[in-house]
Design a protein around this ligand. Sequence first.
Ligand SMILES: Cc1cc2nc3c(=O)[nH]c(=O)nc-3n(C[C@H](O)[C@H](O)[C@H](O)COP(=O)(O)OP(=O)(O)OC[C@H]3O[C@@H](n4cnc5c(N)ncnc54)[C@H](O)[C@@H]3O)c2cc1C
Length: 447
Amino acid sequence: MKKYEVVVVGGSAAGLTAAITAKRFYPEKKVLIVRSEEKVLIPCGIPYIYGTVGTTEKNLIPDTVLEKNGIDLLIGEVTEIKKDERIIVTGKGDNVEYEKLIIATGSDPVIPPLKGSDKKNVFTVKKDDSYLNSLLDEVNKSKDMVIIGGGFIGMEFADECKKNRDINISVVEMLPHCLMLVFDEDFCKQGEDLVRKRGVNVVTNEKVEAISGNETAEGVRLSSGKTIKADVVLIGIGAKPNAKVARDAGIEVNDRGAIKVDRYMRTNDQSIFACGDCCAKVSFFNKKPINLMLASIASNEARIAGANLYEINRSNEGVIGTYSTIIGDTALARAGLSISEAKKNGYDIVVGQAEGPNCHPGCMPGGCNLKVNLIFEKGTGIILGGQLIGAKSGGELINLIGGCIHKRMTANDIATFQMGTHPALTASPIAYQISNAAEMAIKKMKQ
Ligand SMILES: Cc1cc2nc3c(=O)[nH]c(=O)nc-3n(C[C@H](O)[C@H](O)[C@H](O)COP(=O)(O)OP(=O)(O)OC[C@H]3O[C@@H](n4cnc5c(N)ncnc54)[C@H](O)[C@@H]3O)c2cc1C
């Protein structure tokens, strides 16, 4: 039997980061990753296989990172965790003894109970290279594609599949707007307009009733009675935790099937930790359960789990929810609470807005507009959230806003923090959007 001090099950965002962190904190320990797949896809890069990147082969996490960090690899599906004996068993018959185990088994796509979803040419977003290659073949052959779900994954797929292809694409969303679980309404409308400008047909307020056709999908029937023609259908309506092997071992899960963890990422077995999409999360703001699944959250939790294996070094304060996307050349991003969520949580809020070019003067090469909304609690002035749309630099700026939220900075802290600026790289110090949005909020708070 093989023996390792630290065994990590899963080799994606959470598993890999947890193993690297374990090695950084405990360099003397032998660390092994056990994962099902030969090749690990960059999960967030999957939509780009269908346009910008072009192939699954160019969207892989290189295994050289394992060698560089002194981590061993075993390919195989873990089928059993014998937690009393501290042994994991793989489908190929490997047995590995551990001192500490980290479960990072991720998530699987949600498949709705939709008539016709088992037809040929109906796909979900599985993190599996050969499955995604079949989807690529179908998209390349198709004239009409329907994407069910107008969240950020559906929008990214629509945008990418449209690139360099003569294909009709419709996105069907049952809510009044696409991206509605992420952004406030004005940002959702702007996002929809951007994807429409790229030639995508956006259908909102419509539920898909069935996928029609014989063996192969031919169309998507909507609640209004309309049918949209489809040679290929992609279902992108979310993901569910993959924690069966943990649950079968007697590790506690919640009612969604996600592994329960404490603030140190420990499960109900103190030698077993969990992180990433497979484990339960709470909100940073009210500590209530939250279902957000992101690679950034997975890596963050993994840095906590890996560091805490033999002594407690870090704790998890809950999910802030910082994320970004891009449609065409326009970035959309959000951190913390949206305006509607803040109100729903009972906060009395003030919103500060600022807009301007991302460089100075705005005619510099690559000059582009960037609009920022910051949301503050009225009485305390503490930042609760931020949303932005425009220049690609917004993808990093939203992380700065996430940091401000994490440190519970006030509008005054943000208005007076010392930024660095450069004509080609940032907005001007006079028009710096984050500082000015904070100033606008302060002005409103004084009224
Ligand atoms: C299309 C798409 C785009 C996305 N874009 C973004 C984005 O832009 N930004 C962002 O932050 N997030 C994004 N996400 C979400 C992000 O991909 C997930 O949150 C992230 O992959 C979670 O990482 P994980 O390691 O927890 O799980 P997963 O990525 O699901 O990995 C699970 C790992 O566990 C292994 N495994 C599972 N069961 C077993 C077993 N029994 N034995 C051995 N190995 C096992 C799997 O093989 C895999 O290696 C996107 C997701 C999708 C699908």
